[in-house]
Design a protein around this ligand. Structure first.
Ligand code: NZQ
Ligand code: ZN
Length: 391
């Protein structure tokens, strides 16, 4: 097991009555910036509910953040509240709203010349306003993790940053709010969470049996309950299970003591920055080809995944390579079952296909990716070339 530090300070308040705790959670804070997802708030009447719970507080309400939050939209909000002496940021939405709130909280508190620099050099995040979350979309785990992902459309760049200062103080998680999610967003969330686990599990072989089994439990839960939820979207227990699983997938616990990959996410972010492809489909597009390309390195872990999560037996008479290929096929099959499109041509113009590979590779500027930092420009080129010729 590798050495690690672990501290997750986010208080989770989970369940149907969780919003009632908001006044207590915000005790002592007076000038609150409410960063809202418009659709989620309207569908659940959340702004009215929050206002009536906090009659004494000064609320500054903004709802102008779009999915894959753009730094320019965040900057507009930062400038508009700069002199308001905001002392708390309450994010009401999914990953985009939470990440934008983390960015705004960093920018309002860390002295930098250009706010984007906070994404380029994480050490510039020296202070962050306290943040709380009302989670409306189980997917990213941002409600209880120290990460944020912000896009800069001017330079076609989508970057992840992390700092311990970015952990939210609390996350109110009421599965009832997720009943209003469109089927597509529900499915995207399940697939995103599943890939988060894979990026921390399908790496090097460590002696970390507890972490492996924690990861396997989260994946098995998503595989079992994800499709079930699509057929029963109003089932509270399934909504609650997916909400808890998505949080468990990316709150730092399963990452303890093991190597992490994140190459699929990095290439996925490049595809979003370049072609505005939503986050989960980028993962469904990239992951199968990335696994096919790296399967020799990941061989033993893929076999373990096959045996423990997909119940595939690899007996003495079986060819392990055939089993590995079958596991990759089953992962792809799960994305399809969830209805998440894994065909890049559903999102890009066929005319762009000649330049896709070079544009993606250019995003990495010589960096190497993966748990072994082995995926160089040529490897990324090959993976993307395979993405383009996949049936
Ligand atoms: O536009 P409206 O109609 O408001 O629809 C919203 C939103 O646009 C809808 N929605 C959310 N909650 C709803 C709801 N609709 C009805 N009822 C509700 N309860 O969902 C749309 C998508 O929301 P978004 O926040 O963009 O989705 P998600 O939570 O998947 O977040 C994606 C962003 O998070 C980043 C992604 O890259 C992307 O930018 N990620 C953040 C991570 C992190 N901070 O740790 C890790 C992830 O890997 C990911 O990269
Ligand atoms: Zn993700």
């Amino acid at each position: 097991m590798k050495d690690f530090n672990y501290c997750n300070p986010t208080k989770i308040v989970f369940g149907k009555e969780s919003l009632d705790e908001l006044p207590l959670l915000l005790e002592g804070y007076n000038n609150i910036l409410l960063v809202c997802d418009k659709g989620a708030c309207q569908a659940n009447d959340l702004v009215n509910k929050i206002e009536s719970l906090l009659p004494e507080k000064q609320l500054f309400i903004v709802d102008s953040i779009s999915p894959n939050p753009d730094v320019a939209d965040c900057e507009t909000i930062i400038e508009s509240v700069k002199s308001a002496e905001i002392d708390f940021i309450l994010a009401v939405g999914g990953g985009s709203i939470i990440d934008a709130s983390k960015f705004i909280g960093s920018a309002l508190s860390s002295p930098v010349e250009r706010y984007w620099d906070l994404m380029v050099d994480n050490s510039l995040i020296t202070s962050v306003l306290p943040i709380g979350v009302i989670c409306t979309l189980p997917a990213t785990g941002s409600e209880a993790n120290p990460n944020m992902v912000i896009t800069n459309n001017d330079i076609q760049s989508k970057v992840a940053a992390d700092s311990e200062l970015l952990f939210p103080r609390f996350a109110i998680m009421n599965p009832m709010y997720t009943l209003t999610l469109p089927q597509k967003q529900t499915a995207y969330g399940v697939v995103d969470a599943f890939v988060h686990v894979l990026e921390q599990y399908l790496t090097t072989v460590e002696y970390a049996p507890l972490q492996d089994r924690q990861s396997e439990a989260v994946m098995s839960t998503l595989l079992e309950c994800g499709p079930h939820l699509l057929n029963n979207p109003n089932d509270y227990e399934l909504r609650a299970t997916i909400m808890w699983a998505a949080q468990a997938a990316h709150n730092g616990l399963i990452a303890c003591g093991v190597a992490q990959d994140w190459a699929t996410h990095r290439i996925g972010h490049a595809l979003t920055a370049l072609y505005n492809i939503p986050h989960a489909p980028t993962l469904a597009i990239v992951l199968p080809e990335l696994l096919a390309y790296t399967k020799a390195d990941k061989h033993d872990k893929i076999l373990q995944l096959g045996e423990r999560v997909f119940q595939l037996r690899c007996g003495a008479q079986d060819d392990p390579n055939t089993v590995v290929n079958e596991v990759i096929r089953l992962i792809s099959g799960f994305f399809k079952e969830m209805g998440v499109n894994d065909n890049i041509f559903e999102f890009i113009d066929p005319n762009e296909s000649e330049t896709v590979v070079d544009c993606v590779v250019a995003q990495f500027n010589g960096q190497t990716l993966g748990e072994r930092k082995k995926l160089d420009q040529n490897c990324i080129k090959q993976i993307m070339a395979n993405v383009l010729i996949r049936d």
